[in-house]
Design a protein around this ligand. Sequence first.
Ligand SMILES: *Cc1c(COP(=O)(O)O)cnc(C)c1O
Length: 384
Amino acid sequence: MIEYGRLNMPSSRKEQLRRPLAHINLDALRHNLEVVRSHAEGVKVFAVVKADAYGHGMLACAQALRTRADGFVVSTLGEADALRKSGITQRIIVLQGFMNVSEARFAARLMLEPVLHQAWQVELIEQTSLGLPLSVWLKIDTGMHRIGLPPDQVQTLHARLVASKRLRQAPGLMTHFARADEADAAPTQQQLAVFHAATEGLAGERSVANSAGLLSGAARGALGDVVRPGIALYGSNPLEYGSAADLGLKPVMRLETCLLATKSHVQGDAVGYGARFICPEDMSVAVASVGYADGYPRVTPSGTPVAVNGQIARLAGRVSMDLITLDMRGVQAAVGDTVELWGESVAVDTVAHAAGTLGYELLCAAGRACSRAYVSAQDSKPIE
Ligand SMILES: *Cc1c(COP(=O)(O)O)cnc(C)c1O
């Protein structure tokens, strides 16, 4: 789904024939990295590019950040392999780690940094030569209760890893916050306290914060050596409150399509599946070429803003598979005009909130479903 050839060629013929299109602004991505960095002085910033960079295209985003990010974070060895093959030489943390000896060897050979989250992985390192020394992170479950080692095992496992002499350096120590997006900092501070107690006195780098942990300030003064921002880089608000714009973040994805039809209806006309919108007066309704097959959620309710020709129209009635209908009262537009589902005029978080989800999910879904076109004032050449 990564379409290198089209980078910086948004007017290619092929794109005009396919709707909708996700425009990816790599300058905004770089801007957001600097915003993140300004909250993490003296701390390394590892850009999280898992899930195809949250739908923005992993390789293109990694290339755009390669001279600015101190490292990258992915979920799987396969993603890390793709980064290495594309020429990324920075450090890469692999969150889901390895499942067996051959994967551990693969990680060592590619100089990856797998996350260890179960004791058997430490045993595997002790018992098997991996050919090369390995760099690893120990993930500690401080309250998220998803993956991670029980805090009371950390000192022992750390000592065993160091004694194995199979590591490049002392294992990194990391944890992940469950509730850093909430206004109450107490649960995050509780997790930090557990982390500090479990890791006290141990050698190794520390990494605790995702975007929310960093930008909420809940981990201020305790960020350690490496932060792992994801969503903030893509310009969506990591917090439950406020907005991405308040944080100085710029949208990276603009999901755009075109107006396919405009229609005049009379009072009482029902629009779309299930007659969920009844025209309250004689009015104009427009149809745009996008739907749930493109990652625009079916559950998005009537009234959700959609920018048409720079003005705000409102979704009217059910989202179909590849069409939406719009209440055009007060909006001047014609067939062929540009429709922005999210981007600069409508925040992705506004649509996500209306649909009962998060910007993360919309960006991933639209990025998977739609073609992408990359824009950047900085890179005049397409990325190979
Ligand atoms: C996905 C992930 C991140 C990034 O989270 P954001 O909320 O997108 O900033 C950081 N750390 C871990 C362990 C993750 O799984």
